[in-house]
Design a protein around this ligand. Structure first.
Ligand code: A3P
Length: 332
């Protein structure tokens, strides 16, 4: 595919100049003005154009290795937390969890487990480490858009999703922080955001399509796809951490368990600890420009009760129930 001219986007988030081949693709896609930007629907999922371009570019240029681990989530499912956990678990031979200089304590986990969407942005082909141990990557991409080498090697995918009501509330807060930083647009009213969310129109949405796709894969290929839910992680973090470690090929030994390594991982990656680190209180990411503190809000299950009316709850529950009916997947 010809990516010779990278995308240019106007202040409203609309694409005004495209790469040749990508232009032809985008112009055929359904497009929506939503969340103070523009989204394009590709193979059932709504994408930001720059993310879509980067993911198509990733497809062409990323070569997975069998030992790679790819963290896949929907936005606001707890990505920041899962990345920290996966890094701490899979790299514990190199970085002792109790080390006061552990990378998690000085670096935001999005830097430690980078998104394909940003690594491959602007036609950039990153210089990837050729290390023998697990390389860690992440994405919000739908499965269809993942590089063939991720889909077809024994490389592992750890997937995380979240109850849509909390996911929506978290997304609404996060998007409004982004809008507030731009300073040019009015904030997005809750009701407007909610209607879009119920129609599945948000970046990488609808989450029920996204989650269903990975859910089915986790049943068909349990060695390749591990399916996690934020609520289960909050409810019994120890069990879920053990699942992650076993799935990633580095289970905790009895000695580690008796020495309290799992508890150390939980504590280091807890909301309390991560959100109070200097890097997460005052640090910023350059691409995309986001203040790290925006990744931490409440870190609770059930905060939706403070935002959604009974009729909103009924509406969203019905949408989700209809989409997931018969699949065996529940998201509430
Ligand atoms: P809330 O907005 O409900 O508080 P993501 O990382 O995918 O952007 O998701 C952000 C959500 O995960 C936010 O949810 C945030 O507070 C929560 N979160 C961040 N770190 C966490 C942690 N260590 N433990 C639990 N939740 C965490």
């Amino acid at each position: 595919m010809d990516f010779s001219h990278t995308l240019q986007i106007n202040s409203q988030g609309e694409v005004v100049q495209f790469g040749n081949e990508f232009q032809r693709i985008l112009q055929c896609l359904p497009k929506e003005s939503a969340w103070r930007t523009f989204l394009y629907k590709y193979q059932g999922i709504w994408y930001y154009p720059k993310s879509l371009e980067a993911l198509l570019f990733t497809q062409e240029h990323f070569q997975a290795k069998a030992t790679d681990v790819v963290v896949v989530t929907t936005p606001k499912a707890g990505t920041t937390w899962l990345k920290a956990l996966v890094f701490a678990i899979t790299k514990r031979n190199r970085y002792v969890v109790s080390d006061p200089n552990h990378p998690i304590l000085t670096t935001n986990s999005h830097e430690l487990v980078p998104f394909f969407e940003f690594m491959y942005r602007h036609n950039n082909i990153p210089d990837l480490p050729n290390q023998p141990c697990s390389r860690l990557f992440s994405t919000h991409s739908g499965f269809n858009l993942l590089p063939d080498s991720v889909k077809n090697t024994s490389c592992r995918i750890i997937y995380l999703c979240r109850n849509p009501k909390d996911n929506f509330v978290s997304l609404w807060h996060f998007m409004n922080k982004a809008v507030a930083e731009c300073d040019t647009e009015p904030l997005i009213p809750l009701e407007e955001a909610f209607e879009l969310y119920c129609k599945g129109i948000h970046g990488f949405g609808p989450i029920w399509n996204h989650a269903l796709e990975y859910w089915k894969l986790s049943l068909q290929r349990p060695d390749q796809v591990l399916f996690l839910k934020y609520e289960d992680m909050m409810g019994d973090t120890t069990s879920q951490i053990k699942r992650i470690a076993e799935f990633s090929g580095c289970p905790f030994s009895l000695k580690e368990e008796s020495e309290g390594v799992i508890d150390q991982v939980i504590k280091m990656c807890s909301f309390e600890n991560l959100s109070n680190l200097e890097v997460n209180k005052n640090g910023k990411r350059v691409v995309p420009f986001i203040e790290n503190k925006n990744y931490f809000r409440k870190g609770e299950v059930g905060d939706w009760i403070n935002y959604l009316s009974p009729s909103m709850v009924e509406q969203l529950d019905q949408v989700v129930e209809k989409k997931l009916h018969g699949s065996g997947l529940t998201l509430s």
